[in-house]
Design a protein around this ligand. Sequence first.
Ligand SMILES: *Cc1c(COP(=O)(O)O)cnc(C)c1O
Length: 403
Amino acid sequence: MANILPTARYDKTMNDYIPYGKQDINQADIDAVVEVLCSDWITQGPTIERFEQAVAKYCDVKYAVAVSSATAALHIACLAANLGNGDILWTSPNTFVASANCGLYCGAKVDFVDIDPYTYNLGINELEQKLIAAKKQNCLPKVLVPVHFAGQSCEMEQIFSLSQEYGFKIVEDASHAIGGSYQKKSIGGCQFSNLAVFSFHPVKIITTGEGGMILTNQEELYQKLIRLRSHGITRNPDLMQGNYDEEWYYQQLELGFNYRMTDIQAALGASQMQRLDEFVSQRRFLAQRYHQLLQELPIVLPWQHPDTESSWHLYVIRLKLDKINQTHKKVFTKLRQAGIGVNLHYIPVHTQPYYQQLGFKAGDFIKSEQYYQEAISLPIYYSLTQEQQQKVVMTIQNILLGG
Ligand SMILES: *Cc1c(COP(=O)(O)O)cnc(C)c1O
């Protein structure tokens, strides 16, 4: 189309543009990737195992399976949890579409649990009420996908206890949350879940370009995940049907995928793992600084549950629209025009056209919709300088107080 970009739009290629998030790649990361490129293995070789072990050790979990994305991770995690036709998956409406789509990939139905107004994670009271109603109507979920929004853990102990009572499995979508903790333990340890998933997309805490990982303490789930990652094939004679020990032989036992990560990506991931604590502590520092610099403004700052320590993937403010004489859209647009790459996490999934076709409608999950009308994600990432952060704060202040 010959349509010219609206003149109001800021040129994102300008080098003073401040995005909402971005990766940080140093020379050690580059060297690690080059080393693999010069080696004999560039896919699914020894570096994958090294990366998996580094993450498993960090999270204090038994098994880790690296895959091509968190979307792929969510898909095979749901399959490993035996989600299939006629089953039901529940997740939060305040998430990226992938947390819900994984249920549809498996032929299951998807439904949502509205959010807690303080943490913006799926609400425990909402979950309990919905479970009570679902039990009466005989439509309990088989899998629940709690999403650790912005890097802050959901209340996993309560969710786990409800899972015991109502018999559902838990797949944590921890895409935002590597490096965060819950009750002093690293997110990803699966203390209160069957499986947990990380994303290594460049805006997340550490990156592999594209990539994801599934964590579990259950050996059976682990065996299933490594098969599903690679076509449903095994080369382990103990798992084959019949007696075979020929060197060349393999069997396909189920329908799997090619969801493998390359060793090139895993080299980057393993190198980034060594920097994880530094990444997260810088994000915590920036979040604390935002709390201080923004506290007088007519906005709601992100509230933190005392059991959690966030990895601060996102820093979300909510506008107090009754205290300012501007619309949400206006504030957002003015920030973008000033070169501040604010974003909005998330458009409630059930309001997407695809989900509306499935029968959902605006008004179904009011708290997530209300939140969506007020939320703005501010820039937060490892290399964001204090001067840049100052510019973000001054710009917001001018917009909100200057009118
Ligand atoms: C980024 C993200 C995903 C998808 O991750 P990919 O690695 O890009 O597939 C899923 N869920 C949430 C909550 C995310 O933020």
